[in-house]
Design a binder for this molecule. Structure first.
Ligand code: AMP
Length: 401
């Protein structure tokens, strides 16, 4: 079904065309007509499914014209807020709607100026939004459409009390949409409290990682992790690679070593200033950096089209984080690879991840790598690859791709 059959306004359709989208994704197909009819919505979908446009296009269509602040989108991180605001501005470029993005960790100047000029849609992290409300620059009394995006991440980050404070200040007669990759009990409760007779749209299995990604585990001794990472990068034919570390110091250390090896590396974690983070992100987006090393929180919701590989330098603590990390590759319909470096200490975490995603992840041995031990590799026979595209095959067999 084409976009033109979903009930969107002519201006929103122009925005879609200019974005180069030819047909709606599954969540857009199901969510857009519902939102256009005024229903509340629970979207159980991961990033990478096209969920931003699923709420942004109806918002642009329904708000239509410049007026008061009527659309509000809450996001868990500054990066995600900035990204979603850019998307809304892009889709709405043929309207005269004004948007603003509000997040902490940066000065008030530009944000205040935007608010004083008047805006129709705000995309914000909850803390700074409440802050701006207390400063008298934001009023919620005309809000018609409220989006709680990545609700499970907001829960993880302890933002639910702030989210509730915002919701309480919005008019009762409003349309509310909540998006979440997983629906834990706290989010279910939030849905019951904040939404009115919602329709649920579930895309894919709730807990499956981006299905287009190919997964591989690289077991190694813990003091050989960096060496293996470097070898893996040498043998991999990547466009851009995102490397996850558990800690900020770990991320800095890995980045430094890769820089010494001649890689163009950006680092993204919360010890960096907003300006440094923006510089890293923009440099990664425009291809100046081929590698980005990040911690989980900093990279949440990152949308960089060219990411061909995600490498978990450290196995994530929570299986959910594995899914979120992998969600950075294999976006929309493209294929991506997800490599995880594991040590003997990670065996239980890997079992939990495999259980969570409902599939075994193949163990792969790097040919010619000077392994100190291969016990973890001997757990099961090596996997047999075939039938997938060249780029989706984990490295290890047949050398450089
Ligand atoms: P999201 O899940 O909203 O973060 O979107 C993931 C990616 O899919 C973004 O890069 C979008 O630009 C892209 N996208 C969204 N909708 C479509 C569509 N209908 N066709 C092609 N790409 C899309």
């Amino acid at each position: 079904m084409p976009f033109s059959k979903l009930g969107l306004s002519a201006k929103a359709l122009e925005g879609v065309r200019a974005s180069g989208y030819t047909e709606p994704t599954a969540i857009q197909l199901r969510a857009i007509p519902l939102v256009m009819s005024g229903r509340d919505l629970i979207g159980s979908a991961q990033t990478g499914t096209g969920k931003t446009a699923a709420f942004a296009l109806p918002m642009i269509s329904r708000l239509a014209q410049r007026g008061a602040l009527r659309g509000l989108v809450l996001e868990p991180t500054r990066e995600l807020a900035a990204q979603v605001e850019t998307a809304i501005r892009d889709y709405g470029r043929f309207t005269n709607l004004r948007t603003a993005v509000l997040y902490g960790g940066t000065g008030y100047g530009r944000q205040d100026q935007a608010l004083r000029q008047g805006v129709d849609i705000i995309v914000a992290t909850p803390g700074r939004l409440l802050d701006q409300m207390q400063r008298g620059l934001v009023r919620f009394n005309h809000i018609e459409m409220l989006v709680l995006d990545e609700a499970d991440r907001m829960l993880d980050m302890g933002f639910l009390p702030d989210v509730r404070r915002v919701v309480e200040r919005c008019p009762r007669a409003r349309q509310t949409m909540l998006f979440s990759a997983t629906i834990p009990p706290e989010i279910e409760q939030l849905c019951r409290w904040a939404l009115c007779d919602p329709e649920t749209v579930e895309i894919g299995q709730r807990r499956s990682p981006a299905e287009t990604a190919t997964h591989a585990l690289y077991p190694v001794a813990s003091d050989q992790k960096q060496e293996l990472l470097e070898d893996l990068l040498r043998r991999t034919d990547y466009d851009q690679v995102l490397i996850f570390c558990r800690t900020k110091h770990g991320a800095d250390r890995v980045a430094r070593r890769l820089q010494q090896q001649g890689h163009a590396v950006a680092v993204l974690h919360s010890n960096r200033t907003q300006q440094e983070r923006e510089r890293a992100l923009n440099g990664f987006r425009n291809g100046r950096y081929e590698v980005m090393v990040a911690t989980d929180i900093a990279a949440r919701g990152l949308d960089v089209e060219q990411i061909s590989h995600v490498i978990n330098y450290d196995v994530p603590h929570h299986p959910e984080d594995y899914v979120h990390r992998i969600g950075r590759t294999g976006r929309a319909q493209s294929v991506g690879d997800a490599f995880t470096i594991m040590t003997g200490e990670n065996v239980e975490e890997i079992v939990a991840i495999e259980h969570f995603i409902g599939q075994k992840i193949p163990r792969v041995k790097l040919e010619g790598f000077p392994y100190k031990y291969t016990r973890l590799l001997e757990d099961r026979p090596p996997p047999i690859f075939g039938g997938r595209s060249r780029r989706s095959r984990p490295v290890g067999y047949g050398g450089r791709r």
